[in-house]
Design a protein around this ligand. Structure first.
Ligand code: ATP
Length: 208
């Protein structure tokens, strides 16, 4: 299976184009790093792949088929700030089970304490909350995970634990992972291939 962006263009409103005619492929099981200068559009591109932004031109496809917006999304996004990704009015159990019901083995792998399920999001640390967001994204139908600075805000031990779990699951399920990060050390440790955002763009692209 492969996830592709085909000649995809995006800009916010009438701002300059962030990417135009961008082409990109990630294969099942691949751990791919995406790097590039701040503000160039990496987050926006990740959001577009995961269906959170609609491209002005081009298509996002899985094995050549446009990704449906209905039902569980096979391309899941985990972003940097978990507190922005959860409903503050929902207890963690409800948030966790929003799209599917993770089993105890997965919760244990991600270091999620059962006691946390009865808490509100603001009663958890950033690292604890991010573990929930990762678990929520790892449903059995997830084919690709977009990890956008997923562990940037976390301490080294939490970061290592989360990545260890994600890589293990990716291997078991042949799931592809796109790692967007400024952390060169992390990217080189995790990824089997690394691309620069500018490589996605056709040569001679004009941004304005
Ligand atoms: N919702 C939005 N509305 C308007 N402009 C936005 C919006 N989100 C991001 N931008 C702008 O789009 C550009 C690209 O932002 P984006 O977050 O995709 O870049 P990035 O490469 O991920 O940056 P960083 O590495 O700093 O996270 C930036 O100039 C940003 O200010």
């Amino acid at each position: 299976m492969q996830l592709e962006a085909n000649h995809v263009s995006f800009r916010y409103g009438t701002q300059q184009w962030l990417f135009r005619q961008a082409n990109f492929t990630i294969h099942a099981g691949e751990i791919l790093g995406l790097v590039g200068p701040s503000g160039v559009g990496k987050t926006t591109f990740g959001r577009t792949l995961a269906g959170y932004e609609t491209p002005y031109e081009g298509t996002i496809t899985l094995d050549g088929v446009p990704v449906s917006t209905q039902g569980y999304q096979p391309i899941q996004l985990v972003m940097q700030h978990p507190e922005k990704a959860v409903n503050p009015k929902w207890k963690m159990r409800k948030t966790l089970n929003e799209g599917w019901e993770p089993d105890e083995a997965l919760l244990a792998k991600l270091g999620i304490d059962q006691k946390w399920l009865n808490r509100w999001p603001n009663e958890l640390s950033g690292g604890e909350l991010q573990r929930f967001c990762v678990a929520r994204a790892l449903g059995p139908d997830t084919r690709f995970l977009i990890a956008d600075e997923m562990t940037t805000m976390l301490d080294a031990i939490t970061q290592a634990q989360i990545w260890h779990a994600v890589l293990e699951i990716a291997k078991e399920r042949n799931m592809g992972v796109l790692v967007i990060s400024h952390d060169q050390h992390l990217i080189h440790r995790l990824c089997t291939r690394i691309i620069d955002f500018n490589e996605l763009l056709d040569h001679g692209m004009v941004r304005t």
